[in-house]
Design a protein around this ligand. Structure first.
Ligand SMILES: [Fe+2]
Ligand SMILES: [Fe+2]
Length: 156
C-alpha cells in the first residue's frame, strides 16, 4: 500500500463503514473497498508522475477512498443499476461529510465523479484526477468481466 494512503486515510480504512464495503460487489468482479483502494493508488500514481503538481494529497486520498462509500447504504445498494449511478455520489458525499469530516473540495470531487453520466463535472483538479482514475479502474474491471464471459467464443 502507498504510504500516503495510510497516512491520510487510516481512519477511513479502519472504519466499520469502509470494512462493510469489502462485502459489496462492484463492477461484477470486485468489491467497493478494493475498487476504492485501486482508484486511490492509481490517482496517487498519476500525481507522483507529475500530473497535477498542486494537488493536496490529503484531499485526493480521502476523496478517492470515499467516492463510492454510498454503496454501503442499503437503499442505494438495492436500487437498480441505472438509478445507482445517480444516487451513490450524493449518498457518498453525505457520508463523507457527516462521518469523515470531508471538506468542500472532497465533497465536490465525490459528488461529480460520475460525469458525464451526471451532467455537472467536478470543479477542482482533484475532482478530475479522481474522475480519471475511477474511469480507468472501472473500465479495467468491466473489461475483465467481458473477457471472462466471452472466452468461450475465442480460440486461445
Ligand atoms: Fe462511483
Ligand atoms: Fe468508483
Amino acid at each position: 500500500m502507498n504510504l500516503m494512503i495510510k497516512r491520510e486515510g487510516e481512519d477511513i480504512l479502519e472504519s466499520e463503514r469502509f470494512r462493510k464495503c469489502e462485502g459489496i460487489v462492484h463492477h461484477k468482479g470486485t468489491n467497493v473497498a478494493r475498487h476504492s483502494m485501486e482508484v486511490t493508488e492509481y490517482a496517487l500514481n498519476l500525481y507522483e508522475k507529475g500530473h497535477y503538481p498542486d494537488t493536496d494529497v490529503r484531499d485526493l486520498v480521502r476523496a478517492c477512498l470515499l467516492h463510492d462509500i454510498g454503496m454501503s447504504d442499503g437503499d442505494v445498494r438495492d436500487s437498480v443499476s441505472f438509478l445507482k449511478a445517480y444516487s451513490h455520489p450524493r449518498r457518498s458525499a453525505e457520508i463523507a461529510r457527516e462521518e469523515f469530516g470531508a471538506n468542500a473540495v472532497q465533497v465536490n470531487a465525490i459528488l461529480y465523479h460520475m460525469w458525464p453520466i451526471c451532467v455537472i463535472p467536478p470543479s477542482s483538479h482533484i475532482g478530475w484526477l479522481l474522475l480519471r482514475a475511477d474511469k480507468h479502474c472501472a473500465w479495467g474491471d468491466v473489461a475483465g468481466v467481458i473477457k471472462g464471459a466471452t472466452a468461450f467464443f475465442r480460440k486461445e
